[in-house]
Design a protein around this ligand. Structure first.
Ligand code: ATP
Length: 306
């Protein structure tokens, strides 16, 4: 396998906190790998250990087959989560400043247009909106045309249209052979971009797989969500597994071909509803299941097995 990045048994503690607890990971060349996990799981620490911006207590990192210390810095780039650029510079000047740090760099104008900032390029960075600033930050990570790009929460604060533009840009970079490792709290982002997703929890990589395989293994069942004031007993005796939250009944385990029958059961039971939505499990369900961010919700079984 042709790996861009290999980490073996990385550990990093801050006092009593084990931010990384034996993380091993390999990312193939040209792959987009998304790290997800709750606040404090260790994602930023892992990115920092992989880029040499923090030194792990134990473990090894190699990039393009060489130890991190021997790497040509022109080949990698990091968009950190927190970015404090020099003050009193415009977006264009900032990108030119970062471009000047490399032996070879891309034309600043090209990068400005890629991140959608060509029109605001002459405004001072500190006067830009949060999302516009984040776009300039993303641009600063692209000026050296890296082979391996680390993006720590790249789209935080960016509006939905801008986020889609950045997803397209990241997709294009990957299609062009750039390896991308990103962290995100946006599961749609991970699902849209990543070839593989790794879930970090308490400093450990607890699950790695393609979005589809993770959803198939951990996502749970398809379901029909009914917007109604009816309670969970409304379908008693029907054999459906039903759970209720305020204003909603969820009928679990409904495949597309079972939708019509479930709707007839609702009508037979006299359940009045505002809307119906059939949903398939997503990466968000996987996340909630694996990261255990909510108490497990056991659907009440009404009237026996379906
Ligand atoms: N410089 C530091 N000093 C002390 N503790 C730290 C430091 N950096 C990280 N930690 C701790 O290490 C743990 C992992 O933090 P990290 O920032 O890597 O998590 P994260 O998954 O990136 O979180 P978030 O999603 O909130 O950005 C946390 O408990 C954090 O408080």
């Amino acid at each position: 396998m042709d790996n861009a990045l290999v980490a073996e048994d990385l550990s990093r503690s801050y006092g009593d906190t084990a931010a990384l607890d034996g993380v091993s990971l390999a990312v193939e060349r040209g792959e987009v790998f998304a790290l997800i996990g709750p606040n404090g799981a260790g994602k930023t620490t892992l990115v920092r250990a992989l880029t040499g911006t923090t030194t792990p207590d134990a473990g090894e990192v190699s990039v393009f087959g060489a130890p991190l210390g021997a790497l040509d810095e022109n080949r990698i780039s990091l968009l950190p989560q927190a970015f404090s650029p020099p003050e009193r510079l415009t977006g264009r000047e900032l990108l030119a400043y970062y471009a000047g740090l490399y032996d070879e760099s891309r034309p600043v104008e090209d990068v400005l247009s890629e991140v959608g900032m060509a029109d605001e390029a002459d405004a001072w960075y500190e006067t830009l909106s949060g999302g516009q600033q984040r776009r300039i930050c993303v641009g600063s990570a692209l000026v050296n045309d890296p082979d391996l790009l680390f993006l720590d929460e790249p789209t935080t604060g960016i509006d939905p249209a801008g986020r889609r533009d950045l997803w397209a840009l990241i997709g294009d970079l990957a299609d062009g052979g750039t390896t991308v490792l990103l962290t995100t709290h946006n599961m749609a982002e991970a699902e849209a971009l990543a070839d593989r997703v790794g879930l970090l929890a308490d400093g450990r990589l607890v699950e790695v797989g393609s979005p589809d395989s993770l959803v198939a293994t951990h996502g749970g069942e398809s379901r029909l969500v009914v917007e109604t004031d009816a309670g969970p007993d409304a379908l008693a005796g029907s054999g459906y597994r039903v759970s209720a939250t305020r204003g909603e009944l969820t009928i679990h385990g409904i495949d597309p071909e079972g939708i019509a029958t479930a709707v007839r059961a609702l009508e037979r039971a006299g359940v009045e509803y505002e809307s119906l939505a059939w949903t398939q499990p997503t990466l968000e369900d996987v996340y909630l299941e694996l990261a255990d961010e909510r108490a497990p919700e056991e659907p009440a079984t009404v009237g026996g097995a379906q």
